[in-house]
Design a protein around this ligand. Structure first.
Ligand SMILES: Cc1cc2nc3c(=O)[nH]c(=O)nc-3n(C[C@H](O)[C@H](O)[C@H](O)COP(=O)(O)O)c2cc1C
Ligand code: SF4
Length: 426
């Protein structure tokens, strides 16, 4: 498969409009504005594209929820979610920094299809370079008439606004992001109403991930059949970015056909395990919020939404974290639990109280002060967090905790009984 999302990576001057246009940027937009907006939505539906931000919701279906006749008082908005705060995830950054015009074009195509007159790109505060690159690219596109009034003489106006977050993980959750964009504290909102009914400033809003939107120019250019032809079946289609970190020789972002087997990604694309003679122990397949897989569960696993779900985990953000046999799973879990306790927004009791409980108990096990009843206590706390809160952050903290304990229970028990790591003890 030739590269679609990363085709300009390594091309000199790829951030500039001139180089991007030489490689075909904005041609799909020019073609798209000649179509009926509903036709674009149908193409996206037919492509089978599913959201690349984590949940995998069908993108075309989401577009179709938006009102068809927005009014000046209640305009439709698109938000591009460039918060990218899930631990292990660094794929959107590559698109933003290496090919910002691809993202802007994707935002404009989606905006046209949903009759939006403004698209916001909400970028995480820590991505200072990415924010500068995007601001520069938007300014260039505006100066060239590609953003603004009467785009490609279509009579349609659309602005693009880059907004920087302030470094909170929760602001990647779509409704917290909207609160933050409005100038408030990033607190997730209860649903319904869903964003397509009442989102940003109370107006109909669709939020999509960077990678999701960056696929749209290719769907318009090459057609939905081409896109749907990539992948294992019609529910898992298109090119996919996998960000691989941990104990591999060549960590990085890999653009591959969705459904590429996990062990092919590790052994072939990433050059295998980092250290000679080491053995694979575990993989977190989709960012820190998803259940961990044991080495044997990684065999014959196509990396797509349905196959990973059938294995009891999630494709999530496709952040693949590889751990070899030297990894202390108690240490990993204690570290992850610290992250979630720090990032809980505090609105819901099970999450506000549960995430620091998990952290406290994991940390005391790690210090060698674990109690025999701790594993049951952890299970009880985690089970009361799942499905009981406003947003899925509590689930994101509970799911990995439960999976680490159930799959590596002996390591936790060793810590509790001996006060030290089973791994260090050999
Ligand atoms: C705690 C939390 C953090 C999230 N962080 C991100 C993020 O950084 N980037 C992202 O695209 N989606 C993130 N999401 C998912 C978004 O809420 C939303 O589902 C997504 O942006 C939709 O885009 P998609 O349909 O293109 O996948 C997060 C969700 C939760 C619960
Ligand atoms: S689950 Fe946690 S992060 Fe989400 S709204 Fe409730 S307290 Fe906030």
């Amino acid at each position: 498969m030739d590269k679609v999302l990363t085709r300009l990576v390594g091309v000199e001057g790829s951030r500039t409009l001139e180089v991007a246009r030489r490689h075909g940027a904005y041609k799909s937009l020019e073609a798209a504005v000649k179509l009926d907006p509903a036709e674009i939505v149908e193409k996206v539906k037919a492509s089978g594209l599913r959201g690349r931000g984590g949940a995998g919701f069908p993108t075309g279906v989401k577009m179709s929820f938006m009102p068809k006749e927005p009014t000046p008082e209640r305009p439709n908005y698109l938000i591009c979610n460039a918060d990218e705060s899930e631990p292990g995830t660094f794929k959107d950054r590559v698109i933003i920094e290496e090919d910002p015009h691809l993202l802007i074009e994707g935002c404009l195509i989606s905006s046209f299809a949903m009759r939006c007159s403004c698209a916001f790109i909400y970028i995480r505060g820590e991505y200072t370079l990415g924010a500068r690159v995007l601001e520069q690219a938007v300014a260039e596109a505006k100066a060239a008439g590609l953003v603004g009034k009467n785009i490609f003489a279509s009579g349609w106006d659309c602005d693009v606004v880059v907004h920087r977050g302030a470094g909170a993980y929760i602001c990647g959750e779509e409704t917290a992001l909207m609160d933050s964009l409005e100038g408030g504290r990033g607190n997730p909102r209860l649903k319904p109403p869903f964003p397509a009914q009442a989102g940003l400033y109370g107006c109909p809003t669709t939020i999509n991930n960077v990678e999701t939107l960056a696929n749209l120019p290719a769907i318009i250019e090459r057609g939905p059949e081409w896109f749907a032809g990539i992948g294992r079946n019609e529910r898992n289609t298109g090119p996919k970015l996998y960000c691989v970190s941990g104990h591999v020789k060549r960590p990085g972002v890999y653009e591959l056909p969705i459904s590429t087997p996990l062990m092919e990604i590790i052994d072939e694309h990433c050059g295998g395990l980092l250290r000679e003679g080491s053995r694979l122990k575990a993989v977190i397949p989709g960012g820190s919020s998803v259940p961990v897989l044991r080495a044997e569960e990684c065999q014959d696993l196509p990396m797509d939404y349905d196959a990973v779900a059938e294995r009891g985990s999630m494709l999530g953000s496709a952040a693949v974290m590889v751990m070899d046999h030297t990894t202390d799973m108690v240490k990993v879990m204690a570290r992850l639990s610290h992250f979630y306790a720090h990032e809980s927004c505090g609105q819901c009791t099970p999450c506000r109280e549960g995430t620091p409980w998990l952290e406290k108990i994991f940390q005391r096990i790690l210090r060698g002060e674990g109690r025999p009843e701790d594993l049951d206590l952890l299970e009880s706390v985690a089970s009361h967090m799942q499905g009981t809160t406003i947003c899925p952050l509590a689930d994101a903290a509970a799911m990995p905790a439960r999976s680490f304990i159930s799959k590596f229970r002996d390591e936790f028990e060793h810590y509790i009984q001996h006060g030290r790591s089973a791994v260090a003890a050999g």
